[in-house]
Design a protein around this ligand. Structure first.
Ligand code: SF4
Length: 745
């Protein structure tokens, strides 16, 4: 395939979803260009990013040809080296194994663990294969570690998943409330836009709630450095003051919500003095936050992993939404609860049913009508789709431990770095009777645990769609052919489906066919995308959902209203503008939650709280950014942030190695002594797996305890002890050590 003009696509990293434009580089004039025939820049026509990109988007081309998995490979046991095989041999072995396991152990011994890196089409075909044709709901994705608390919170409070806001709200708000998000580093283009609005308008307030003084917090008018695990105390404390001061929207509460009295009763127990003590901030700070919120006309809250990755993540999300409901801050420009997705297509995963309790079109496996609708549409016998949720990511690990999981297919994700309690995770994977690993890179930490490796194409090598945090769908176009024998993920899933006898269900010729089938399943659903197609997205550019097929009526004849636009089949930038919520009574629901605190609070033996996070320039487990010179050099080694008071007490000097132990494992990091972190709390980044540094895995320390509603593990906090490493123990542990051969297991 040759490229004669520019190709518009989407950045494959974070959920901001910045538009990119790839063009031929022209005649090589230097070593860099000679290596890469393309160049990339921000797409100025993309409405979400307007030409802006961060360092990750700007350097992504560099990773395309590094360490690619080019051919299928297999081996009989983890002790053996891989040998190259044909696609025919690899797929025959995979299909044989699926059939054998299904016959001997039942369908629920099969599992697939997918990824927010999938395009929507890939997610959809995987759901159809696993939940439809194979008859098990054991499909989960790494979105479980990322956004599942936001999903559960939206569903429980508003009646449906789906962030109600759009990026234009960043320019319209007069109070931005950022909690559990280091937006400046993790969603930089969103932060740039908000920062510009904040700088230009002195009356706009920026509140940041974070135990660390991050780059985001440095820009705030008010930084609340709360103790980890006290978010609900703070949120209820703000509610308490809004109630006390009468700064609530009673007509909105009366007309559009339920459950207010029970919530108000809970909030009465959170006076500022109590909140200040629990959060370890001052009562005046709590009062200032409540005053900023209460005096504003349009409050926009943003959150990310700091809220979601918690054993009470859903309750935290609902506590944020409570504040919006009590002040009527939803369904209008510049206001609303707005979760920021981590991965580029975590949203598409939600739309297609990419968690173990979901079905396409924001349906649930537990709803008999939803199951029947999907079975009918897929041409499958009634009762094929199981009525109970499948295994979460962590339950796949425990299933391996118990011998209940006999076949595990991992695609486009790297759980040997990203799952909690890594030693336990690795031990379980070593016991796996049969693991298929489908990825575009080799080696990764996870490839060492596989029996079969399937080479997938990646960004720029396949056409498909992705949905970003503001519900905007972009057609991501292919601009080069997949290298070697690699193939798009959806084609691999469809091929396996056909080989297992489901020829009719997987007769797709192109990704556009897949998308066309999928969007019809969203018709009439809250995430209605039935008016979208690859063709339309190519012609009109990225569009928001809901975007139904045109259903002209009197309202639609009025193009001046958002509702009119929506009903005409145009895309709507905001949800709930009619203040009607998709609950049985049309009302949003307050939640009455007291704070339960951390699943593993510090104690005498493990006196510090470890919190984890991400860094500008890095992406997840570095499978891509670790292979790009500029991004890998931005933070070239891991570290631990520790407050000067704690460092002095433990005798730790700046740069010295610190051994960190939890009840589950150990890691070592050089110390960064800084007041950016509160006393009693330490911070480590989550990006370093065994490929990039020795003994520096944050998740060697974390625990698996998860939110009971969302199943999302509390990756943000665990109890640890610290000790300086003695000089003769200070061997060179932390040099970046990218490996060129598989890691030994
Ligand atoms: S902000 Fe996110 S989507 Fe935008 S360029 Fe950076 S990594 Fe890519």
């Amino acid at each position: 395939m040759t490229v004669s003009s520019s190709t518009k696509t989407l950045c494959p990293y974070c959920g901001v979803g910045c538009g990119l434009e790839v063009t031929p580089a022209g005649k090589p004039s230097g070593e860099e260009k000679a290596m890469n025939p393309w160049q990339v820049r921000g797409d100025r026509t993309h409405p979400s990013s307007q030409g802006m990109v961060c360092v990750k988007g700007a350097t992504v081309l560099e990773s395309l040809d590094k360490d690619r998995l080019l051919y299928p490979m297999m081996r009989d046991s983890l002790a053996q080296p891989f040998h190259r095989c044909s696609w025919e041999e690899a797929l025959e072995r995979v299909c044989d194994r699926i059939q054998t396991v299904r016959a001997e152990y039942g369908a629920n011994a099969l599992c697939m663990y997918g990824s927010g890196q999938f395009q929507t089409e890939e997610y959809y075909v995987a759901q159809k294969l696993i939940k439809g044709c194979l008859g098990t709901n054991n499909f989960d994705a790494n979105s479980r570690l990322c956004m599942s608390s936001a999903v559960a919170g939206y569903v429980q409070s508003l009646g449906s998943d789906g962030p109600p806001c759009c990026y234009d709200d960043l320019d319209l708000t007069d109070c931005a409330f950022l909690i559990g998000t280091n937006t400046a580093e993790c969603h930089p283009i969103i932060f740039n836009r908000l920062r510009k609005h904040h700088k230009k308008n002195p009356n706009v307030r920026l509140i940041v709630v974070d135990p660390r003084c991050t780059t985001t917090a440095e820009a705030a008018d008010l930084h609340l450095a709360i103790r980890p695990g006290t978010d609900i105390d703070l949120l209820n404390g703000i509610a308490h003051l809004l109630l006390r001061w009468g700064l609530i929207d009673q007509p909105f509460i009366d007309a559009h919500t339920s459950g207010f009295e029970a919530f108000a009763e809970v909030a009465r127990h959170y006076p500022p003095e109590r909140v200040a003590e629990r959060c370890q901030i001052s009562a005046a700070e709590v009062e200032t936050a409540a005053r900023y919120w209460g005096e504003s006309q349009r409050v926009l809250s943003l959150w990310s992993m700091g809220i979601n990755q918690s054993s009470e993540g859903t309750a935290k999300v609902r506590s944020i939404i409570n504040l919006h409901l009590m002040t009527g801050m939803i369904g209008k420009p510049g206001a609303g609860p707005f979760s920021l997705t981590g991965q580029p297509n975590a949203m598409g995963g939600r739309e297609t049913g990419g968690l173990s309790y979901l079905l396409p079109g924001y349906r649930s496996v537990t709803n008999p009508q939803h199951r029947a609708e999907v079975e009918n549409y897929w041409g499958l016998p009634a009762g094929t789709i199981q009525p109970t949720p499948g295994r979460t990511a962590w339950e796949m690990i425990t299933g391996l431990e118990l011998g209940e999981v006999q076949f595990l297919w991992i695609a486009a994700t790297n759980p040997v770095v990203s799952l909690p309690d890594l030693e336990r995770t690795k031990a379980a994977l070593r016991r796996s009777p049969f693991t298929v690993y489908q990825d575009c890179y080799y080696p990764t930490e996870t490839s060492a645990y596989a029996h079969v490796l399937l080479p997938a194409s990646q960004w720029g090598e396949e056409t498909g769609t992705m949905t970003n945090s503001e519900r905007r769908v972009t057609l991501c176009r292919k601009f080069r052919n997949p290298p070697g024998e690699s193939r798009p993920d959806w084609e691999i899933f469809a091929e396996v489906g056909r080989r297992l006898g489901f020829t009719h269900q997987f007769a797709f010729q192109t990704a556009a066919d897949v998308f066309a089938e999928f969007v019809q399943l969203t018709r009439g659903r809250p995430c209605d995308m039935s008016g979208l197609s690859h063709e339309r997205l190519a012609a009109e550019g990225p569009l928001h959902w809901p975007c139904p097929i045109s259903s002209l009526d009197s309202e639609a004849d009025n193009p001046t209203t958002e509702e009119g636009e929506r009903r005409k089949g145009k895309n709507s930038p905001r949800l709930y503008i009619d203040l009607h919520f998709p609950t049985p009574d049309g009302r949003a629901r307050f939640a009455a939650h007291h704070s339960r605190g951390l699943a593993e609070p510090p104690d005498e033996a493990y006196p510090f709280i470890l919190t984890t996070g991400r860094l500008y320039g890095h992406w997840h487990t570095q499978t891509r950014t670790g292979r790009i010179q500029k991004t890998s050099e931005m933070y070239d080694s891991p570290f631990i942030e520790i407050h000067p008071r704690d460092a002095e007490q433990l005798g730790i000097q700046e740069g010295e190695l610190v051994e960190v132990r939890s009840r589950r494992g150990m890691a070592r990091f050089p110390a960064t002594v800084t007041k950016a972190i509160a006393p009693g709390t330490v911070f480590v980044p989550m990006h370093w797996g065994a490929m990039w540094a020795d003994s520096a895995e944050a998740n060697a320390l974390t625990h698996h305890h998860a939110c009971p509603d969302s199943g999302q593990p509390e990756l943000k906090a665990c109890a640890v002890q610290l000790a300086p490493v003695k000089p003769n123990d200070s061997q060179s542990l932390l040099q970046p050590s990218m490996m060129t051969s598989p890691i030994s297991v």
